[in-house]
Design a protein around this ligand. Structure first.
Ligand SMILES: Nc1ncnc2c1ncn2[C@@H]1O[C@H](COP(=O)(O)OP(=O)(O)O)[C@@H](O)[C@H]1O
Ligand SMILES: [Mg+2]
Length: 199
């Protein structure tokens, strides 16, 4: 498949600033003439809505295998319904969470990471995957009033460890998310522009 667009995903712990940064990035790219769109996972499709209701905010944690399978199913719908059509139109697609969220969260829950990759093999690889790295203690403070089932400190630490492995192997590009929103946004934009020019 010919890809004219450019696919970026923004990854990190809940509360690290993904939504904030993905939206700022979209606005900044638009300002300098790129056709950028924002999207997020879980998606707004049927399975995505189901996940939000029953897995993230349902109170009781469902089995991590079920979670992994549902996220993979939602992701494939997201790719087919939204990401590929936008890329074919030449857009820069910015996804707030993608494949690495499954690898990090369900991996941290004890599932085999290669199995998670296999059930996601139809999810096209991003051109650039950014990891906004924030200390687990900090994200817990930022999120206090709206905790979901994935957000205790021990879980956050484990999830961060998995994310950092993908930084080490070069699949994720780390941006320091402990700074101010503005400073983080600057670093995100310069990372993206480096990749866009190199692509
Ligand atoms: N760099 C930052 N410094 C301080 N607070 C931040 C920063 N980035 C985001 N926040 C705040 O932290 C909270 C979570 O940010 P959000 O972008 O929703 O994170 P995520 O989408 O990763 O869960 C929000 O209240 C947001 O305003
Ligand atoms: Mg968010």
């Amino acid at each position: 498949m010919e890809r004219q667009g450019f696919f970026i995903c923004v990854e990190g712990l809940d509360g690290c600033g993904k939504t904030t940064q993905a939206k700022i990035l979209m606005r900044k790219l638009r300002k300098i003439g790129y056709d950028a769109v924002y999207t997020a996972e879980p998606s707004r499709g049927k399975i995505g809505r189901f996940i939000k209701r029953y897995c993230l905010h349902g109170g009781k944690r469902v089995s991590s295998i079920v979670e992994a399978l549902l996220f993979a199913a939602d992701r494939y719908e997201h790719v087919e319904a939204e990401i590929i059509p936008a890329l074919k139109n030449g857009k820069i697609v910015i996804s707030d969470r993608y494949l690495y969220s499954s690898l990090a969260y369900q991996g941290a829950a004890g599932l085999n990471i290669e199995w998670i990759r296999r059930i996601n093999e139809h999810a096209i690889p991003p051109n650039l995957a950014i990891f906004i790295d924030v200390e687990p203690d900090t994200v817990i403070k930022r999120l206090k009033p709206k905790k979901s089932v994935m957000e205790n400190l021990e879980t956050q630490r484990k999830v961060r460890e998995v994310y950092l492995k993908f930084v080490e192997n070069g699949e994720l590009v780390r941006v320091d998310g402990n700074k101010s929103k503005r400073e983080v946004a600057k670093e995100v934009l310069s990372t993206v522009l480096d990749y866009l020019k190199g692509s």
